[in-house]
Structures are given as C-alpha cells and as structure tokens.
Write a protein that binds this ligand. Structure first.
Ligand SMILES: N[C@@H](CCC(=O)N[C@@H](CS)C(=O)NCC(=O)O)C(=O)O
Length: 344
C-alpha cells in the first residue's frame, strides 16, 4: 500500500506543482513579493508542541519554530509581529504549503529525501537536529526499547515517527501493536491514561509531553534514539529567492551566536571592527540586497529576535521548562552540528 504521504503527493500532482513553479519566472520569485504585498508572513505552525510552537490562552505564540518565523518577518518588515501563525496537524502541514495557504512551514518537520524530492518542497536548513525516542511507565519494568516485544505503542499519524517505529521493530524482529492518533494531545492522553505501554515521538516531543503528564515522575525515557530527525522549515520548490531567505535567516542567527552578537549588544556590535560582524550586520557589503532584502536584514533579526543560542535557550534550553541540552545542536565551535555558512 502507498504511504499516506505518497498518496497526498500523487493526489496533488506535487511533482507537477514543483516543476511548474521551477519553470515559471513569475511564480518562481512570487513568495517574497506576495508577502510584502500582504504585509505579513503566513507561517504554518505546530498547534501544541511546547518549545517549538504553541499558543497560550491569550493567543500569543511561542517556540523555536515560531521565533524562526518571527525572524523572517523581522528581516523583511523590521517587525517580528508581522506574522500570522496557522495551526497545522502533522497530516495537513505539507498540503497547506503546496496549496499556497502558507508561505513557510516551520513545524518540527523532519527533512527526508521523499519529502524534499517528491512533494514539490525544499528544506533549506536544519534548525534542530532531533531523533526518535520512547517513553514508558516506570512500573512496566523495561529498561530498553529492545524489551518492548509485544507492546502497544501510541504514536501520531502522518509522521516519520510511524515509519521509524515499523523499521525498528521489524529490524529487531519484535512484535508490536501501533495505536495512532491525529493529534499529539490525543496520542499522549491515550498513553498517559494507560491505553498503550509506550509512547514514541521525537526526543524533543518526549520532553515537551512529559511536562503535561498528570504524573511526570512515573515515566521513563528509554536510552535508544532510533532515528535521525533533522527538523527544519520548508518552502515550495522552485522559488529560489524565498528558499535563500529562509536559508540565510538561519545562517545569520548561527553566525550571530558564533560572533557573540546578541539582542542586547547588537547596536554596540554595529561599530565592531571585525569584518565578519561588519558583513553580518550590513556595515560592509550588500548581502541583504542580494536576497531581496535590505542591508540591515540580519541586524533586524538579532535586534528583534536574538541569535540562535538565545532562541534555543529561551524556548527549549536552560531558560525554558524543557531544559534540553544543546547536544548536537551546539555550534560547530563547541563540538555540535550547527555551522553558520560564511556571509561573504
Ligand atoms: N518530526 C516528525 C514528527 C513531527 C510531529 O508532528 N510530531 C508530533 C508529536 S511531538 C507533533 O508535533 N504533534 C503536535 C500536534 O499535532 O499537536 C515528522 O516530521 O514527521
């Protein structure tokens, strides 16, 4: 049977959508012009994942992915509030991007080859390196995912999680029963109320869901990370200028962290003699104009939103309830994988 994702792609003729965008110059450069004309960015967001994307009771959104969209808005409009967050389920997210309902999808979405090449989409950067893990109740008496033979496992539909789960159990010759739901809320509630022996999702999601458990101390995260989940924003294939903007927004935030340019000191840093900082902040060169923006595009990002480290810390790191370590998301200078491409 064809996967749900392939069915969506075929149903929409996603390959054709991508090809049409790639060959029509008007459509190819349409997103930035369209966003400027609307006066705001439409950002496809997670409706309920603490640390990545979630609105509070007042309708104010927060999260690493939410801040990524604010950074794009800051770069374009010098105003991080010029964003509308569109809540999207895992199942509907790529269709919303293909159909033009949103300008960018920033919703803890794993870049995979089929998503990048068969859905008419592109993933310009990875803003969070993740991997899939398992959570169980301590009283189940299991210390490794390999002891889950015969277990029932709660997971979410339309995700890589479902597919990795099948690979892991098949690869280890274990039996399991999958219990899949449409939303994270339903999935975790089902597990939390005893419907499943285990709950599986991206490790970041395990941290986030544990926070809302009725009894957080009753649960244990198992040591295995069974997949690579490079999470990143995506755009429609064919609009290279828009993909460039998304790519360079992330790189600007990484370079700002590397050169210690922060929300608090960015004005001071405008006077820095360091040529890397001069190019980043637009004191030298015209890198912003080359992507359809202004000279001070990266200054605006850091001034309004902060550098990557600041955004990581307040949403998912030590400054947040999740307290996730930088780990592989540390800068390359600290032994991590986040490596800002040079602005020159
Ligand atoms: N990274 C995986 C999983 C993404 C995903 O949607 N995860 C769930 C579980 S943490 C989620 O964010 N759900 C939030 C919701 O639907 O409210 C993917 O791209 O397929």
């Amino acid at each position: 049977m064809k996967s749900r994702m392939t069915q969506i792609a075929l149903a929409l003729g996603a390959g054709l959508v991508g090809a049409a965008l790639a060959t029509s110059p008007a459509a190819a450069q349409a997103t930035l012009a369209n966003v400027k004309q609307k006066g705001f960015l439409q950002c496809g967001s997670n409706p309920g994942l603490a640390g990545f994307g979630v609105p509070n009771a007042q309708g104010e959104w927060s999260g690493l992915d939410v801040d990524f969209c604010r950074a794009i808005a800051a770069a374009i409009f010098n105003d991080p509030t010029k964003v509308r967050f569109i809540p999207l389920s895992a199942k509907d997210r790529f269709t919303a991007l293909q159909s033009g309902e949103i300008d960018v999808l920033a919703r803890n979405s794993t870049m995979t080859m089929s998503r990048d090449t068969q859905l008419g989409l592109d993933f310009p950067v990875v803003n969070y390196y993740d991997g899939q893990g398992f959570m169980v109740r301590k009283k189940l008496g299991v210390a490794s995912a390999k002891e889950l033979n015969g277990a029932s496992i709660c997971t979410q539909q339309g995700t890589t999680t479902e597919l990795n789960l099948a690979d892991f159990f098949r690869g280890n010759n274990l039996k399991y029963e999958v219990v899949a739901f449409a939303t994270a809320d339903e999935t975790f509630k089902a597990y939390d109320t005893g419907r499943c022996d285990a709950f599986t999702t991206d490790a970041s999601g395990l941290y986030a869901q544990r926070l809302i458990s009725a009894t957080p101390d009753d649960h244990l995260v198992l040591p295995e990370i069974i997949s690579k989940e490079p999470l990143g924003p995506s755009v429609r294939h064919g609009d290279n200028q828009w993909a460039d903007i998304v790519r360079w927004v992330h790189n600007a935030m990484l370079n700002a962290e590397e050169y210690k340019v922060t929300k608090a000191n960015v004005d001071e840093m405008m006077k820095s003699p360091n040529p890397e900082i001069k190019r980043l902040l637009g004191a030298e060169g015209s890198f912003g104009e080359a992507i359809g923006l202004t000279k001070d595009w990266a200054y605006r990002i850091v001034k309004h939103v902060g550098n990557y480290g600041e955004v990581f810390d307040r949403n998912v790191g030590e400054g947040s309830p999740l307290k996730i370590k930088r780990g592989v998301n540390a800068l390359w200078t600290q032994g991590g994988l986040q490596y800002g491409i040079p602005i020159r």
